[in-house]
Design a binder for this molecule. Structure first.
Ligand SMILES: Nc1ncnc2c1ncn2[C@@H]1O[C@H](COP(=O)(O)OP(=O)(O)OP(=O)(O)O)[C@@H](O)[C@H]1O
Ligand SMILES: [Mg+2]
Length: 385
């Protein structure tokens, strides 16, 4: 094995241990460095990374115990094994050495075979320890990466499902329209557009996912939220128009933010679909009229924690008159995998992923809700000047 081990030998009288030193020197894998005082030993340790220290106990000014306890108190040196060098009559004081973290001891004068065996044992243990730590660190890194990928993959799959669910609906309406009246060309083209837009979104999302995997930074560009909402309207309106009153209010001026457009669209779609479920459930229960409003505005100053207080923000609110939420549910809605719609296929990832995306854009998500009245989600994004 070609590994070189750095061994520090600390003794105020090296002549005393010359035989042992000569013996160790014969091993080409051992690189010996010497210190003749405790102070010098502490200096050497700063310069070189040692695999083993042979440490004399009795030394003037700073003794071996003191050196040992200093080394063990320092994060950088506490793992270096220490073998105490002791005279025959000092053996009793070794208890103290072990208490301070010493790994072993050798009695002077040295027996070559014993020295060799003890040094080798400590080096092997130390080497093994390092290998194990490195393995554990690697394992930890892999598992963290796997967690992240699982989280992102879950989010992407979730959003693909959202967009895909627009397609059968548009096709169903298209089929119905054709059967009803063959002359409704306008209407049919509109439905095909809706389905095409959804396919496009899924395609984009998947492309995006592949780039996301290799490059985790998201690409920012100036995005006009008015356009995002108008775009989204195309995919979304046919889907809900027949029963829910869906309206949008745009900002009268460009609402530009630096963002990854696709990610922001995912967030709004998540909020709209959540609102839709809440509204439909309320309509089925109370037989009233359902309403969802998507509203873009801007605010000059916020006192929200985590946002810049003196900078303008764009706000995008999704307001519904659905079933609302209890305070208990509201506490958990941003937790990954929390869903009250598990039976009907809810993954509980929608809001967790949305919040993550908005925070990546230096924004914030706020929620207000009252049971039996409705819910408003408000997304804050920095307004680009
Ligand atoms: N507009 C809303 N009105 C009432 N409850 C809501 C609303 N939006 C979210 N919630 C609650 O928050 C929970 C978590 O939402 P989230 O979007 O993270 O997951 P989900 O909608 O249950 O599942 P998925 O998004 O995978 O379909 C929902 O299950 C629901 O209880
Ligand atoms: Mg959802």
């Amino acid at each position: 094995m070609g590994t070189t081990f750095n061994i520090l030998v600390v003794d105020d009288d090296l002549k005393n241990i010359q035989v042992g030193i000569n013996f160790l020197k014969q091993n080409k894998n051992y690189h010996l460095i010497f210190a003749t005082s405790g102070e010098q030993a502490l200096e050497r340790v700063k310069e070189t990374s040692f695999d083993l220290i042979l440490l004399d106990i009795l030394m003037p000014t700073m003794d071996g115990y003191e050196v040992c306890s200093r080394l063990k108190a320092d994060e950088a040196t506490k793992h270096i094994p220490i073998i105490f060098l002791t005279a025959k009559n000092e053996e009793e004081s070794l208890v103290r050495g072990f208490e301070l973290g010493g790994a072993d001891y050798i009695t002077k004068p040295f027996n070559a075979a014993e020295l060799h065996a003890r040094v080798k044992t400590q080096l092997d243990l130390h080497y093994y320890y390092h290998q194990e730590i490195a393995k554990l660190q690697q394992l930890l890194m892999y598992s963290q990466r796997a967690e992240t990928i699982k989280f992102i993959a879950g989010g992407v799959a979730h959003d693909c499902k959202n967009f895909l669910s627009a397609i059968p609906f548009n096709l169903h309406l298209l089929q119905k329209t054709i059967l009803e009246d063959e002359s409704k060309k306008e209407k049919m083209l509109e439905l095909i557009d809706g389905a095409k837009a959804a396919v496009n979104k899924v395609d984009n999302l998947l492309n995006h996912f592949f780039s996301f995997n290799t490059d985790s930074s998201h690409h920012s560009e100036p995005v006009d939220m008015n356009e995002v909402v108008a775009d989204l309207n195309k995919v979304y309106k046919e889907w809900v128009r027949h029963k829910i009153d869906f309206s949008t209010v745009l900002l009268s001026q460009p609402a530009i933010t630096m963002a990854d457009k696709l990610h922001i669209e995912q967030v709004l779609l998540n909020l709209l679909i959540n609102a839709q479920y809440a509204v439909v459930e309320r309509m089925e229960r109370d037989n009233g009229a359902g309403r969802i409003e998507l509203l873009i505005d801007k605010t000059e100053a916020t006192d929200i924690e985590g946002l810049q207080h003196n900078l303008p923000y764009i706000t995008i609110s999704v307001e519904d008159n659905g079933i609302g939420m209890s305070a208990d549910v509201m506490k958990k809605i941003f937790d990954p995998y929390f869903s009250t719609r598990k039976e009907s296929g809810g993954s509980g990832l929608g809001l967790a992923v949305s919040k993550h995306i908005i925070e990546m854009h230096m924004g914030h998500v706020e929620v207000n809700s009252e049971e039996g009245v409705g819910t408003t989600f408000t997304v804050y994004l920095p307004l680009a000047q």
